[in-house]
Design a binder for this molecule. Structure first.
Ligand code: ADP
Length: 542
């Protein structure tokens, strides 16, 4: 709406805006004159104030004097000014001032670009309009009583007439004016088929309801009035507030024309108008609920798309970091062995056996690094796991063998204890990687001890359905700062740590249908444990 205002202001053709406003106001005043009170001309359906409020809300309060000019002109053309000059001018002044105040109160609701769309905004809109119009009706009524135009005995009836007429006119037309750009946008988004079906259903249900109410039901028209809710509900549920406001206005205009045509007395007319007001309020609130839901859905879709994008970036980043993290150890070992080979070939070239052994170690470490990269890529990108039978004890010993140099340098003893059979169906490379992460963490932690024995103990036990592995060390234990985020990626307390080992380990265990956790019961050092199902033939890929 503010865009419309910007456009209007952009053209800065105030004269055109003023002329257009006054012309539309006067024409609308003429054609909406139904059940007008004698002499003072208050009608039971009065939409021109909706045009005035739309002008003030979109083009600014500077246009407030135009409200007075338009009202006086409309009165002059209807003959009211010549009959009651001062009372007409006084009531026009009160009306212009009153609607300017109402516009000020409504401004916060329509200031936003997409104003008037939530249930809260629509509720406040209805409250402000109802109270504002009542206050204006009371003030105009009081002025007319004071000026002896209306006898005191007719004060209440005059106020009620004014209130019902202006309120129905505003509630019917103003939401359409305020949401017109959105209605147009929504209309353009619809396929021709949807347009034809929805307009067809609306027209058919409106015609049927009117036929039943005014054709079949008399003299009990009011009993069937609720049928007029159906066409509004149809459009409200399908398209939300903006098109529902159009449906309400269409229904209102048709109803007023019909009731006028059928020559109902003023008392019935008021009753019809109050019922149509109830239909309009229900339709606007329903439309706002649907609009809110549609917006929430769009927002959710945007958030999901954004989340997907972030997840892809994070996964790509995690993949890169994980590769660096996991192959840095074999690369370091490779460098050490290569250096050893160089020294052996220069200092003891005759010791071929040692040279061959060290070269074999180089080959095995290089292969392991390549295997890790490949398996990590598969695991992180597609979640693939290559299942096969494997013995956990053997895997643990192999891993301990690979880490023996690191353990020896730090003076840490790695002990593997297994009870009975430890075979499972799992991805060997992933499970070895998991053991490397836990045992290496244990070695690094135990290495921090300054006195006494430094040790890491790996215990493998089996129940009927699962195999449990406990990895305990007698290092300083997990620091409290990291405890809550222990398994989150990038949570690390080490200067050169990546914080990926435990999160990757948990992913590996969970993709095998198992669990990995930290045992808080350990009195000394850290205690990690994981369980894997023994008889698994396939895995949940996450
Ligand atoms: P990184 O070893 O690269 O830091 P991890 O995910 O393997 O990444 O470990 C995360 C953090 O958990 C470590 O930085 C450390 O603070 C803590 N941690 C892991 N294992 C142990 C352990 N055995 N003893 C004490 N702290 C540990």
């Amino acid at each position: 709406m503010s865009q419309l205002a910007a456009n209007l202001r952009g053209k800065s053709n105030w004269v055109i805006i003023l002329c257009a406003y006054i012309t539309v106001y006067v024409i609308l005043d003429r054609i909406s004159s139904v059940q007008a009170l004698p002499d003072i001309g208050f009608t039971l359906w009065n939409p021109p104030p909706a045009i005035s409020l739309a002008l003030l809300l979109t083009c600014g309060l500077l246009f407030a004097p135009a409200l007075f000019v338009a009202a006086v002109l409309a009165d002059a053309l209807s003959g009211a000014v010549s009959a009651w000059l001062w009372p007409a001018l006084a009531s026009d002044a009160v009306v212009a001032a009153g609607y300017t105040v109402v516009a000020v109160a409504l401004r916060p609701l329509v200031r936003r670009a997409a104003g008037l769309q939530s249930v809260r905004e629509v509720s406040w809109f209805l409250v402000i309009i109802s109270v504002g119009v009542l206050a204006i009706a009371g003030s105009v009524g009081a002025a007319l009583v004071l000026m002896n135009v209306v006898p005191m005995s007719r004060f209440t009836a005059t106020v009620r007439h004014f209130w019902v007429g202006d309120l129905t006119g505003i509630v019917g037309l103003l939401p359409v004016l305020l949401t017109a750009p959105r209605a147009w946008k929504r209309w353009r988004e619809l396929s021709t088929r949807t347009r034809v079906v929805d307009v067809g259903v609306f027209a058919l249900s409106l015609a049927s309801a009117l036929w039943i109410i005014f054709g079949v039901a008399p003299p009990q028209e009011f009993q069937f009035f609720y049928l007029l809710l159906l066409p509004v509900i149809w459009i409200g549920v399908r398209h939300g507030l903006s098109l529902c406001a159009m449906a309400i206005l269409t229904e209102q205009v048709t109803l007023v024309a019909l009731v006028n045509q059928l020559d109902y007395p003023a008392s019935d007319f008021i009753a019809f108008q109050i019922l149509s007001l109830a239909v309009a309020v229900a339709g606007l609130v329903l439309g706002a609920v649907v609009t809110e839901r549609l917006h929430a859905e769009v927002k959710l879709r945007q958030q999901q798309a954004e989340l997907g994008r972030v997840t892809r970036i994070t996964t790509a980043g995690a993949l890169g970091s994980a590769i660096v993290h996991e192959i840095s150890q074999p690369l370091a070992t490779l460098a050490t062995y290569a250096h050893a080979c160089q020294r052996l070939s220069s200092t003891a070239p005759q010791d071929k056996r040692l040279l061959t052994e060290t070269l074999a170690k180089i080959e095995s470490e290089a292969l392991r690094a390549g295997e890790i990269v490949e398996r990590l890529r598969d695991f992180l990108s597609k979640g693939d796991t290559l299942l096969g039978p494997m013995a956990l004890e053997e895997a643990a010993r192999r891993v301990a063998g690979a880490l023996v140099d690191e353990a020896r340098v730090n003076g840490v003893e790695v002990r593997i204890e297994a009870q009975s059979e430890t075979s499972i169906v799992a991805d060997r490379v992933q499970v070895e990687q998991l053991l490397v992460n836990l045992i290496r963490n244990g070695i690094e932690a135990a290495a921090e001890r300054t006195t006494g024995e430094k040790r890491v103990r790996v215990r493998i036990s089996r129940s009927d359905s699962e195999i449990r592995v406990d990895v305990e060390d007698n290092g300083p234990g997990v620091t409290p700062e990291i405890m809550e985020r222990l398994f989150e990626p990038f949570a690390t307390s080490k200067t050169r740590g990546m914080g990926l080992g435990l999160s990757l380990s948990r992913q590996i265990v969970e993709s095998h249908g198992g669990r990995l956790w930290y045992e808080r019961t350990s009195a000394m050092g850290a205690h990690f444990a994981f369980c894997l199902p023994c008889n698994r033939t396939n895995v949940d890929v996450r």
